[in-house]
Design a protein. Structure first.
Length: 277
C-alpha cells in the first residue's frame, strides 16, 4: 500500500483562496492522531501560521497556557481529557475561538468488486466519502480556503482509506475520515462554545443528541423509522415532479456537480486513476 499527502497549493477554486486574516498568527492543534496533527501542521505552516501541536487534552491545555494561541483546533475524542472539556476550560481563560466539526464513516468493503476495481470507479471516496463531505458542507458551507488530505491505496490503485481536512474562510475547520477496511461509529460531531451535537450514522441519521459544555444532555431528536434510507430522496423527487421542477432545492444540480468536482480533484491529488479519466 502507498501513503500520499496532497499539495494544498494546488488550490482550484476551493482550496487556497485569498490570504486569510490570521496568517502569521498562532494556532494550536490538539488531536490524539499524530498523523492528523502532522498534516495540519504542514499545511498551516505552509500558509504562514505558527503551529503548535498536542496529542491529548491535558497536553493541549499546557500548550495553550505556554503559547497563548490565536486559535485552537480540537478533536473531540481524546485520552486524559476530551476536547469538549478542553474547550470549556479554554473559554474560561479568554476569547480564543474554538471551532470543531469531525465526521467519520467506515464499512468493511475493501474486498468488494465494486470497491476494488478502477474500471468500476472503485474506492472509498466515491462510495462512502461523499457522506462526511456533504455533512461538513451542509453545516459549514462552501467557503473553503484550503484542503489537505492523506490517502491509503490498495493493490489495484484505488483509495481505500483517507483523511480530509477543510479549512474555512471564517476560521472553522472540519476533519473527515473514511475507510473501506473496517466498520466505525459513523458519527458526526458539531461543537461550539455552548455545547456540542452528536449525530448518529451520518449517511442515514437516526439520532441527534445535544449536550451542554458540561456533557449534560439538553435535547434528543430521533428520525421516523425507515425501510431503506432512501425515503427522503424519493419524496423530494416526487415533490419536484409534482411541482414541475427539474431539480430539488434540497440538493440542486449545481451542488451535486460542485461536490463531484471536489471528489475528482482529490482523486487527482492522490493519483487515483480510472480507465475513463
Amino acid at each position: 500500500m502507498e501513503y500520499f499527502v496532497t499539495r494544498p497549493e494546488r488550490a482550484g477554486t476551493y482550496r487556497i483562496g485569498e490570504e486569510t486574516t490570521m496568517a502569521n498568527e498562532k494556532i494550536l492543534v490538539v488531536d490524539d492522531d499524530t498523523n492528523i496533527c502532522e498534516l495540519l501542521r504542514l499545511y498551516l505552516t505552509k500558509e504562514g501560521y505558527q503551529v503548535t501541536t498536542a496529542n491529548d487534552g491535558e497536553e493541549g491545555l499546557d500548550k495553550f497556557n505556554q503559547v497563548k494561541p490565536d486559535m485552537v483546533l480540537l478533536d473531540v475524542m481524546m485520552p486524559k481529557m476530551d476536547g469538549l472539556e478542553v474547550c470549556r476550560r479554554i473559554r474560561k481563560l479568554g476569547n480564543t475561538p474554538v471551532m470543531m466539526l469531525t465526521a467519520n464513516i467506515g464499512y468493511p468493503i475493501a474486498e468488494k468488486e465494486r470497491i476494488a476495481k478502477p474500471e468500476l470507479c472503485g474506492g472509498a471516496l466515491l462510495d462512502i466519502g461523499v457522506y462526511p463531505i456533504n455533512f461538513a458542507r451542509m453545516l459549514f458551507g462552501s467557503e473553503i480556503t484550503g484542503i489537505t488530505s492523506a490517502c491509503v491505496k490498495g493493490e489495484t490503485g484505488v483509495d481505500l482509506q483517507s483523511s480530509i481536512t477543510f479549512v474555512y474562510r471564517n476560521h472553522r475547520m472540519a476533519v473527515l475520515q473514511m475507510t473501506a477496511f473496517c466498520a466505525n461509529d459513523r458519527q458526526g460531531v458539531i461543537s461550539g462554545d455552548k455545547g456540542y451535537i452528536i449525530v448518529d450514522n451520518i449517511n442515514n441519521p437516526q439520532l441527534a443528541v445535544v449536550y451542554s459544555v458540561n456533557h449534560e444532555e439538553v435535547a434528543r431528536y430521533t428520525c421516523p423509522p425507515q425501510i431503506t434510507g432512501f425515503e427522503y430522496q424519493v419524496q423530494a423527487s416526487i415533490d419536484a415532479i409534482r411541482e414541475g421542477k427539474i431539480e430539488t432545492p434540497c440538493m440542486p444540480h449545481a451542488e451535486t456537480l460542485h461536490i463531484m468536482q471536489m471528489l475528482d480533484d482529490l482523486r487527482s491529488e492522490w493519483g487515483v486513476r480510472y480507465p475513463m479519466d
